[in-house]
Design a protein around this ligand. Structure first.
Ligand code: 9WN
Length: 445
């Protein structure tokens, strides 16, 4: 198999890549936020906006703050930050499922604008901190002051409403909340959700009109996605009745982001004159719960927990590596994750011959073209690289960085990439790919 393209040598190449990424973010800017993609995802997405703000801080810092501010204007009264904020100017059918399916206006505490009722990994406090570090100054500090209470409320919503098992970890109630929608991690709990692919005949999927259907979730996946949305929506998106909800999973990435957010909030609190201590205490508790509940000592990686079935899920996906972003992850788990990252399953190396896949490339259900079932994604690589740097593995971090830059150099700012050839897949001109590339280019080695 061919390596990820290595056309990243000279400064001219790098300057060209920087221009491409900045132009992509400019082209996706929509009055007060950035769309992930003009074709596939024309509204505002929660964790996309966080990653995008990190990139915007390099080129247009004022937009980084606008990006986060516009997202948090759609925060619900209970503190949840919705995973989609719909742009009212777009025609019906611009994205499926649109506002008519979510019906957020009928739910208590929803904002004036239409949104989904789900959340996504809380990477926003980290994004705000990194944006500030990249572009410090009065405007940034004022933005941190404004954002801090909203970021605290986001964490409080999760802690107070989503710790369904009472073990200190957050449950995702839909695969869309994980951000890795059709990851093999969710195959088991999804198989238990009653639905038939035929229900999709009643709807028009928007994604398969813009991307190859073979690269996207299946109709049966979508039928189940809709069934889970309906179950949540029909309870007014209230979390009281979650014990009977059809999908309840503790995800390692979501919970690692939840813990990393407390670490970031501690630093933000110190910057704006608030008390960092409660954030440090909470961060420590989250890391401890993650290790206790989701670490699998036999496989030496983190696995999601199916709360309904009461057991760890077996698929060995890239989700398992992401707790590396926690600065206080104990050495035993760090060492195990480094072994897992370097294994043939994920191939992280000082000189990588192929990009980091989203699923164990030795597994029988590895699919190199289908979305989160194999392809390589920049946001995940960016998180894993941060973790490797934080835990003293600069050579591996540098190999991963070069591999990610090589992907964009070879294929452009695609949504995801073929995990063997590096070919661009999904949407071209994708927001977080452009944004995180800017961050990687600025952050040597
Ligand atoms: C559903 C916007 C989002 C990302 C997710 C990614 C994909 C949506 C979809 O696109 O999800 O939320 O329609 O497939 O899986 O991580 O935030 O880029």
């Amino acid at each position: 198999m061919t390596a990820a393209p290595a056309r990243t040598g000279g400064p001219a190449d790098l300057a060209g890549l920087r221009r491409l990424a900045a132009a992509t973010l400019d082209a996706n800017w929509e009055h007060d936020h950035t769309v992930p993609s003009r074709t596939l995802y024309p509204h505002q997405w929660s964790w996309d906006s966080a990653f995008i703000a990190i990139g915007l801080a390099h080129v247009r810092p004022e937009r980084a703050w606008q990006e986060l501010a516009s997202l948090f204007r759609a925060q619900w009264a209970d503190g949840r930050v919705p995973h989609i904020v719909f742009n009212p100017a777009l025609r019906v059918g611009a994205y499926f499922p649109g506002p008519e399916l979510w019906r957020s206006a009928d739910a208590q505490g929803s904002p004036a604008v239409h949104t989904s009722g789900l959340v996504q990994p809380p990477v926003h406090a980290l994004a705000a901190l990194l944006a500030y570090r990249r572009a410090p100054g009065q405007a940034g500090l004022a933005a941190l002051h404004r954002l801090y209470p909203a970021l605290v409320a986001q964490q409080r919503y999760l802690a107070d409403h989503r710790d369904v098992a009472g073990d200190g970890l957050i449950c995702v109630v839909h695969p869309w909340e994980s951000g890795l929608d059709n990851s093999p991690a969710w195959d088991e709990p999804m198989a238990a959700v009653p639905a038939e692919a035929a229900v999709m005949r009643a709807y028009r999927r928007h994604d398969t009109a813009h991307a190859d259907a073979a690269h996207r979730p299946t109709d049966l996946d979508y039928a189940r996605y809709l069934a889970i949305v309906a179950a949540y929506r029909d309870h007014g998106y209230a979390d009281r009745a979650l014990a009977d909800h059809p999908f309840l999973v503790e995800c390692p990435l979501f919970n690692a982001a939840f813990g990393a957010a407390e670490h970031a909030l501690a630093e933000i609190a110190a910057l704006i004159g608030a008390d960092p201590e409660p954030h440090r205490v909470r961060a420590g508790r989250i890391t401890e719960a993650l290790v206790r509940r989701l670490y699998d000592p036999v496989n030496g990686t983190f696995q999601p927990r199916d709360v309904r079935a009461g057991r760890l899920l077996g698929a060995r996906t890239v989700l398992g590596l992401t707790p590396l972003i926690l600065p206080d992850l104990p050495a035993r788990q760090v060492d195990a994750l480094v072994v897992e990252a370097r294994s043939a399953r994920f191939g992280v190396a000082a000189r990588m011959d192929r990009p980091l896949p989203s699923h164990d490339r030795t597994a029988p259900d590895f699919e190199p073209l289908r979305y989160w079932r194999g392809p390589s994604w920049l946001n995940i690589g960016w998180l894993v690289r941060r973790g490797l740097l934080a835990h003293g593995h600069p050579a591996l971090a540098s190999g991963l960085r070069r591999s990610m830059i090589g992907l964009v150099a070879g294929a452009g700012c695609h949504e995801y990439f073929h995990p063997d050839t590096g070919a661009g897949l999904g949407s071209p001109a994708f927001g977080w790919t452009a944004a995180l590339l800017l961050d990687l280019l600025a952050d040597e080695p």
